[in-house]
Design a protein around this ligand. Structure first.
Ligand SMILES: [Fe+2]
Ligand SMILES: [Fe+2]
Length: 179
């Protein structure tokens, strides 16, 4: 995670949040901004995959990737930003998203027909997101019930996304993923 660069989106002072106990607000806000950046980049990765993948499964994959992309942006990124607004934090500069993101995203396959490769990249992105949310969850559990609930809801979706991508893998693709 890097520091604020181009535009000021953090408040001078965080507001008092009576529901938050024994939490370093600066640390919490940084974690949430990083997860927000992950979500925006995940949205873009899946949006790209939806259009880039070719071959006999491409229509089906287009709708799967677009549906999941929508979850990442309209649901997850929005929930995180809504929570950040409770701390008077605005969305960061678009140019900072890459640096702020923890997961960024895996190298995308060059071959548009290599469906398994695209799906494996997506499974890895979901696993990274889950690991990141687990870290945030561990930090806020029993200290910030509002954020805790949001992170729990998002994690449930990420587990489902991982499963959806995995079920679309071929037998060889599955072996490659777990091997
Ligand atoms: Fe997500
Ligand atoms: Fe996801």
């Amino acid at each position: 995670m890097s520091e604020v660069r181009k535009r000021k989106y953090l408040p001078e002072k965080y507001p008092l949040r009576p529901e938050v106990k024994d939490v370093d607000k600066d640390k919490l806000v940084k974690m949430l901004i990083s997860a927000f950046a992950d979500e925006v980049l995940a949205y873009y990765m899946y949006f790209t995959a939806a259009y880039a993948i070719k071959g006999h499964m491409s229509k089906r994959l287009e709708s799967v990737f677009l549906d999941i992309a929508k979850d990442e942006l309209d649901d997850h990124a929005k929930k995180l930003m809504d929570r950040l607004q409770d701390f008077d934090v605005d969305p960061p500069d678009f140019r900072d998203l890459w640096d702020l993101s923890k997961c960024k995203y895996p190298e995308l396959p060059e071959d548009p027909y290599a469906v398994d490769e695209w799906l494996i990249a997506a499974v890895k992105a979901e696993r990274c997101a889950l690991e990141h949310y687990r870290e945030i969850y561990d930090y806020v559990a029993n200290k910030d019930p509002v954020t805790e609930e949001i992170i729990e809801e998002i994690m449930r979706d990420e587990v489902e996304h991982e499963t959806i991508f995995k079920t679309l893998l071929s037998k060889e693709g599955m072996k490659k993923l777990e091997g």
